[in-house]
Design a protein around this ligand. Structure first.
Ligand SMILES: NC(=O)c1ccc[n+]([C@@H]2O[C@H](COP(=O)([O-])OP(=O)(O)OC[C@H]3O[C@@H](n4cnc5c(N)ncnc54)[C@H](OP(=O)(O)O)[C@@H]3O)[C@@H](O)[C@H]2O)c1
Length: 228
C-alpha cells in the first residue's frame, strides 16, 4: 500500500482551514493542523486522525516551538491558510499604526516567515506550498473600497510570495497563490457565493493537479488563472 500523503494546514480552527483538514482526511491524507488556542478547537478535534499543534503565526516564539515539534516531518502539502480581514474604516487611511502592523504581519509577512522555516520539509519534486491569497489581491481588483487594506495585504502577500519563490534553490516545490472563491465563513459572510465544501474540494483538486509542475501560479479553486 502506498504511504499516505501528508499535509500541514496552518489556521484550522474554523472556516476554510477546518474544511481543508476535513477534505484531505476524507481523501486519505495524514493531516497535521494548527490552531492558535487548543480550547477553541472542538470542531477540529472531531476530525478523525488529525494531529493538532498550537501556533500563533504572528509570534516568532510560537513558530520556534512548532518548527521544533515537527522537525522530523516531510509534507506533500503546506497550506498557509490563516488570515484576517483587518480594520474596516470608512477611510482606510484612518487606520492606526497598530492595526496596519497587525494586518500586514498576519496576512503578508508571517505566511512567508513560516514557509521559509518549512520549505526544507516539503517533499522534493512533488511537494506543494499553497498560500491563501484572494482575487481581491489583484493589484487592479475593482470595487470593495471598504476592504482596501485587506486587498493591499493580499497583494503584498502575492508580492512576498513572488520574492520567496525567486530565492528558492534546487528542489523547488510548486507554489500556489490560491483564491478560494467568495466563501460562506465568518470572514466571507452568509451572503457569499459558495460553501466551504465546494471551495475546499476545488482547492484540493488544484493542489493535486499542480503537484510536480513547479513554478508559481495564481489560480482560483476552479483552476482558472488570475492575472496578478
Ligand atoms: N471566506 C472568503 O470568502 C475568503 C475569500 C478569499 C480569501 N480568503 C482567505 O481564506 C483564509 C481563511 O479565511 P476564512 O474565510 O476561513 O476565515 P475565518 O473563518 O475568519 O478563519 C480564519 C482562520 O485564520 C486563523 N488565524 C487568524 N490569525 C491567525 C494567526 N495570527 N495565527 C494563526 N492562525 C490565525 C483563525 O484562527 P482563530 O480561530 O484562532 O481566530 C481562523 O482559523 C484567509 O486567509 C482569508 O483571507 C477567504
Amino acid at each position: 500500500m502506498p504511504a499516505k500523503k501528508t499535509a500541514l494546514i496552518i489556521g484550522a480552527s474554523r472556516g476554510l482551514g477546518l474544511g481543508l483538514v476535513k477534505r484531505l482526511t476524507e481523501q486519505g491524507w495524514e493531516v497535521t493542523a494548527t490552531v492558535r488556542d487548543q480550547h477553541n478547537a472542538d470542531d477540529l478535534k472531531a476530525v478523525p486522525g488529525v494531529h493538532i499543534q498550537t501556533l500563533d503565526m504572528d509570534e516568532q516564539s510560537s513558530l520556534e516551538v512548532l518548527t521544533h515539534n515537527l522537525k522530523d516531518q516531510v509534507y506533500d502539502l503546506l497550506f498557509v491558510n490563516a488570515g484576517v480581514t483587518g480594520p474596516r474604516h470608512d477611510n482606510p487611511t484612518d487606520a492606526t499604526a497598530g492595526e496596519l502592523g497587525q494586518l500586514f504581519l498576519t496576512n503578508a509577512v508571517a505566511p512567508i516567515r513560516l514557509a521559509k522555516r518549512f520549505v526544507d520539509h516539503i517533499r522534493p519534486k512533488t511537494g506543494v506550498i499553497a498560500f491563501m491569497s484572494s482575487g481581491l489581491g489583484r493589484v487592479t481588483s475593482p470595487g470593495s473600497p471598504e476592504l482596501a487594506l485587506y486587498k493591499a495585504s493580499k497583494a503584498a502577500l502575492n508580492s512576498m510570495t513572488n520574492t520567496f519563490v525567486t530565492q528558492l534553490g534546487d528542489n523547488k516545490p510548486t507554489v500556489l497563490s490560491i483564491h478560494p472563491g467568495w466563501v460562506r465563513t465568518s470572514m466571507g459572510g452568509e451572503g457569499a457565493d459558495i460553501d466551504v465544501e465546494t471551495s475546499v474540494k476545488g482547492m484540493v483538486e488544484q493542489v493535486e493537479r499542480f503537484a510536480g509542475e513547479g513554478g508559481h501560479h495564481f489560480v482560483n479553486y476552479k483552476g482558472e488563472t488570475i492575472p496578478w
